[in-house]
Design a protein around this ligand. Sequence first.
Ligand SMILES: Cc1cc2nc3c(=O)[nH]c(=O)nc-3n(C[C@H](O)[C@H](O)[C@H](O)COP(=O)(O)OP(=O)(O)OC[C@H]3O[C@@H](n4cnc5c(N)ncnc54)[C@H](O)[C@@H]3O)c2cc1C
Length: 288
Amino acid sequence: MIPAQFDYLAPKTIDEAVGLFAQHPDEAKILAGGHSLIPAMKLRLAMPQLLIDIGRIKDLAYIREEGGQIRIGAMTTHYQLESSDRLREICPLLPECAAQIGDVQVRNKGTIGGSLAHSDPAGDWPAAIIALDAEMVAVSAGGERTIKAGDFFVDMLTTALGAGEILREIRITTPSGRFGQSYLKVPQPASGFAVVGVAVTLTRDSNGVCKSAGVGITGVASKVYRASAVEQAISGSALDEQTLAAAVAHATDGVSVNGDLYASEAYRRHLAQVYTRRAIEAAASHAK
Ligand SMILES: Cc1cc2nc3c(=O)[nH]c(=O)nc-3n(C[C@H](O)[C@H](O)[C@H](O)COP(=O)(O)OP(=O)(O)OC[C@H]3O[C@@H](n4cnc5c(N)ncnc54)[C@H](O)[C@@H]3O)c2cc1C
């Protein structure tokens, strides 16, 4: 449980961090809240020669509204998102998701940027972020680029971030109209990670017809995914009993469902369908 030897640097600005990372793109790792990286280092699953701690950079933890978007700094903690009254009003999926992560200590230290960059296949944030069709802003010595959430999660513990790239900000289009959102999960009893977690955001017109839907599912496959077939099946419907029953049958379409100690493949598939239905119903009940 003792990590391999490493060096440690704590830059004060993002430019400084980018410069250091550019000098050591292969040997260094970014340290955010440390709640995934440090355990991995203790188990020697990760052995970086250098940690670049971005926790001392002042302007990386924020929740802002700008240009019709919610902008979240990568170092914003799960707790800061969970306890934001403004987010509860304008995008309740974010605090709802944050509140279900781990325990109080994990939520106080862990960050949204760290969680997304880690791309744990059972992490909670990826489900919400992909359902919301967010954009990630990554910065490196080569400049800044924006990556769509749908392209960001490449595989288990692998994202589209390149060598020397730091995730700086997450951007979400501010929901509008008659919208409803929900995040529901079956937690792994010890850690809280999702055995199955489903995030839903949808809009309805004045007749109750679903105009648009985003459904993100975590815990089920080797990476988070958007349940596009479910989204298509409920869009344009009144979210009636028959439509919902038929739609959720597609919750695991196109993915290879994991089976493990906590849930067999068949049970996880069943949970994905049940929780997709519950999350859609919960979101729909708010969109009035
Ligand atoms: C006991 C326990 C229970 C947990 N339960 C849950 C749970 O229920 N649900 C859940 O989703 N998570 C859970 N977690 C994980 C927790 O949410 C972590 O905080 C999170 O996964 C990683 O965020 P971090 O800020 O701690 O990142 P770190 O651990 O510091 O970093 C994680 C990885 O991301 C990279 N990284 C970090 N920030 C950036 C950045 N800005 N740009 C580029 N790369 C970056 C690091 O180099 C590292 O590879 C749990 C953790 C513990 C220890």
